[in-house]
Design a protein around this ligand. Structure first.
Ligand code: FUB
Length: 446
């Protein structure tokens, strides 16, 4: 079964199902990139690209390889449902079904219909380079019906569509620089000549335009190669088509060296979020990326505070679900190392290795709800045997459980009664008591 799941994940053919996922990266069952997040009907919908590994005859080895799109939704930014494939290269009438280049998409609602925009190369005889297609659905999770032809007048990648307060729709795309045009109310045809958007740095590739409006300011966010790899920047305007004024860096180049980044920004339940990607599940090949989310904050003057990427990400973790403490909020400088559980199947995620005396890790925002939870479960193994102290952060920190992990080579779930029972939302600290070597996969409460 493990081998079957691994094959599905590597080839990108994961079956439609509900998956519980949280933290960064958001999706642990397949590679995801170029996230366009949207709020529809009180839920967050995520429309990412779907990276897969090229295989002989299917895509170009060593390059981006994408044959379809999935959509995911979440009511709380913690639990995500995969609604499976919504558009495939071999079901788009005009697209080259052997191109494996279904790059960054977007989706928007108008009049109760959902318009999904995606770039792809056309079949022989069509336009050269990338065109932008549209697929339409009655529900944000599909089914989506691709239109017979791409949008006339657009040659480029990374479509982004926004509808202004007056009802006028705009479409943006990239081709080295950023471009924009008005869209007709049918959302399928341009309603103005495309213009190159002005006000961005002259040098270095710019792509992935994503516009949003807040308090009358239009924020154009975009990845830009200012140095060697992409970082996220933004520019502002009082007009959806500019001219824009460069306003700063939204997120620095990734520490891991992932060459691309790609963003979207939403407000959900009174908090703003930045969705972006990194190469968490494929640190040695940055064309297999994974979507992340972190909170975004504005200054009083409307400028955006630079977003620092975290592993903890966003959302509140339910104490009764598996809490992956390796997606930590903070940790001791020494010890508490993070490593893949199985380097041959990175979709299994990470483990925390407590290998220095009293090393610790902190995981924020765990909801203990109102039900009295009595036991703690820890999936762990230990080469030495050791003891973990689990505390709920407060004043003073309170040890809520003490867990003995027996010496042994195999993973097993250790269970122990709790010493005290926290309520509400707490930050957890897991600490090795004294010496030892203890590896933890996840913890959970029952
Ligand atoms: O995913 C393929 C391309 O990489 C996207 O279209 C760009 O924005 C970059 O993320």
């Amino acid at each position: 079964m493990k081998y079957f799941k691994k094959c599905l994940a590597l080839t990108g053919f994961i079956l439609s199902a509900n998956y519980l996922m949280a933290q960064n990266p958001l999706i642990m069952t397949q590679f995801t990139a170029d996230p366009s997040a949207r709020v529809f009907n009180g839920k967050v919908y995520l429309y990412p690209s779907h990276d897969i590994l090229a295989t002989p005859g299917h895509g170009r080895a060593g390059w981006f390889c994408m044959q379809d799109y999935h959509v995911f939704s979440s009511p709380n930014l913690t639990d995500w449902t995969d609604h499976s494939v919504i558009v495939s290269q071999n079901k788009v009438p005009w697209a080259d079904s052997a191109a494996y280049s279904m790059w960054a998409p977007d989706c928007i609602e108008r009049g109760g219909k959902y318009y999904f925009y995606f770039p792809a190369p056309a079949k022989a005889g069509g336009a050269r380079g990338f065109s932008v297609g549209v697929a339409i659905a009655d529900d944000p999770a599909g089914p989506f019906v691709p239109q017979p032809s791409p949008v006339a007048g657009i040659h480029g990648i990374d479509p982004n569509v926004q509808i202004d307060k007056d009802g006028q729709a705009y479409i943006y795309w990239a081709q080295g620089n950023l471009y924009g045009a008005k869209l007709k109310a049918n959302m399928l045809e341009l309603d103005s000549e495309p213009v190159k958007l002005e006000g961005f740095p002259d040098k270095g590739l710019k792509e992935g335009p994503y516009l949003f409006e807040r308090k009358g300011i239009y924020y154009m966010t975009y990845p830009h190669v200012a140095g060697k790899i992409e970082r996220l920047e933004y520019a502002i305007s009082n007009n959806p088509l500019g001219p824009f004024k460069y306003a700063g860096v939204l997120m620095d180049e990734s520490a891991s060296g992932c060459w691309t980044n790609h963003q979207s920004v939403i407000e959900f339940k009174n908090q703003w979020y930045l969705f972006y990607h990194n190469d968490d599940l494929s640190p040695n090949f940055d064309k297999n990326r994974s979507v992340r989310a972190d909170s975004l904050f504005f200054n009083e003057d409307g400028t955006i505070r630079k977003v620092m990427p975290t592993l903890r990400g966003v959302g509140i973790s339910n104490a009764t679900k598996k809490i992956e403490i390796d997606r930590f909020s903070a940790k001791s400088a020494d010890g508490a190392e993070i490593a893949f559980i199985d380097t041959a199947n990175k979709f299994q995620g990470w483990k925390t290795i407590f290998n220095k005396p009293d090393s610790w890790i902190k995981y924020n925002s765990v909801s203990f709800g109102t039900k009295k939870l009595k036991q703690i479960h820890v999936n762990a193994r230990s080469a030495t045997g050791g003891t973990l102290l689990i505390s709920a952060e407060g004043a003073p920190n309170k040890v809520i459980a003490k867990m003995s992990i027996p010496k042994g080579a195999d993973w097993s779930v250790a269970k122990s009664n709790m010493l005290s029972i926290p309520a509400g939302v707490k930050n957890l600290i897991v600490q090795l008591q004294g010496n030892g070597n203890v590896e933890v996969d996840w913890i959970s409460f029952e």
